[in-house]
Design a protein around this ligand. Structure first.
Ligand code: TXA
Ligand code: MG
Length: 352
């Protein structure tokens, strides 16, 4: 059975942290909070322990895991070298919500890198995560603590929902501060390349490094109106989701129009939208089918709530979902990337 223990402050929970460290050293799994999303941790230098992560998540074995470290010294045990751009990123943003792709040392098991010559390294800022990694004494491999393909959990309750009976221990540190996964930046390429947008934004990286590339796969996704099948669908709710893009002015009208069309087709429509849109649609969509993700344009609030709002739609009778888009600047790029994936790249523009 899975035990869930509240660990609001690591000093007050030393015994629990020690137990987590013990489970990890023996090859077991522990779910833990970070400032981005909850992670599902295992000893990152133990291939058999990491195999249990793949099993618990139902994750494809070629999808590599990132390693979490407590300090700089631990990075040097797993990275073959730390290029100048990575040094700058470490100084500016670590600990924090960013993962650096670096060349790996042989000590990193092939099992976790999918055979790549590189490894993703992240130094979380969350005090519980840091204390747990120290207690384990090894780098901790940790993907998000969800079943593969589902939205990432940002509360311990959501971890429990996916991981019940699959892992021995969940550390409950409350809701995650940022709510979207770390920015991933490949430091083995010149210029450094953003592979996944997150709370360390493209603009912040550009300012620090003087130029970064966005992985073409991220950019290209926007030109594809609809992905050819489920294999590109991630962060996915159970009902199909359509993303309505655009900055605000025509948003209420677009929601009203699309909701009516779907309702006339016999669908039960659920919406994931701003305060403003939810209020405007109150006559058309019952309250339990309206999930408010925060004030329109309040990007930190939206990022922090988006996954829980998405997950909560699975508890409603909705058969078709509409989600409100936002700007792609700053943190908006990460939010829109997750919404595009949740929709399987099925989107329309509020001006259409
Ligand atoms: O915020 C986060 O990064 C969270 C928390 C728990 O730290 N972790 C997380 O892990 O989001 P995961 O496994 O769900 O996402 C890691 C992503 C995957 O898409 C994986 O394919 C990619 O990082 N990745 C891992 N190693 C890589 C490598 N060497 N090169 C390129 N991509 C890599
Ligand atoms: Mg994940």
């Amino acid at each position: 059975q899975t035990e869930l223990i509240q660990v609001s402050n690591p000093a007050a929970a030393q015994a629990t942290i020690a137990r987590a460290g013990d489970i990890l050293r023996r090859g077991g799994l522990v779910a833990f909070p970070t400032e981005t999303v909850y992670g599902l941790g295992a000893n990152g230098l133990d291939a058999a322990a990491c195999a249990r992560i793949y099993e618990a998540k139902g994750r494809p074995s070629d999808n590599p895991l990132i390693l979490h470290v407590a300090d700089r010294a631990m990075i040097d045990t797993i990275a073959a070298d730390v290029p100048p751009c990575a040094e700058k990123l470490l100084a500016a943003f670590c600990p924090g919500p960013i993962t650096l792709i670096l060349r790996r040392k042989a000590i990193v098991p092939d099992r976790i890198t999918g055979g790549l010559a590189t490894v993703g390294i992240r130094m979380p800022e969350n005090a519980i995560a840091r204390a747990m990694i120290r207690a384990a004494g090894v780098p901790i491999a940790a993907p998000s603590a969800n079943i593969s393909g589902r939205p990432s959990p940002t509360t311990a309750a959501s971890v429990l929902r996916d991981m019940q009976g699959r892992i021995p221990l969940i550390l409950d540190g409350g809701p995650c501060r940022f709510g979207v996964e770390s920015t991933i930046i490949d430091c083995t390429e010149t210029p450094a390349t953003i592979l996944r947008p997150g709370a360390i934004t493209r603009e912040m990286l550009e300012e620090l490094l003087g130029g970064v590339r966005l992985d073409p796969a991220l950019v290209g996704a926007h030109t594809v109106p609809k992905a050819p099948g489920m294999k590109y669908r991630h962060y996915a709710p159970k009902a199909p989701l359509t993303l309505i893009e655009g900055a605000g002015a025509h948003m209420d009208a677009a929601f009203r129009r699309q909701a009516r069309i779907l309702q006339q087709q016999g669908e039960t429509v659920g919406i994931l939208a701003s305060h403003e849109t939810c209020a405007a649609l109150a006559d058309l969509i019952p309250e339990n089918l309206r999930k408010d993700y925060g004030p329109r344009g309040d990007l930190p609030a939206i990022a922090a709530r988006i996954y829980e709002a998405l997950i909560s739609l699975d508890d409603t009778p909705a058969t078709a979902l509409l989600a409100e888009g936002t700007t792609e600047r700053g943190l908006g790029l990460a939010i829109m990337n997750r919404l595009h994936k949740a929709s399987g790249f099925h989107s329309l523009h509020s001006n259409d």
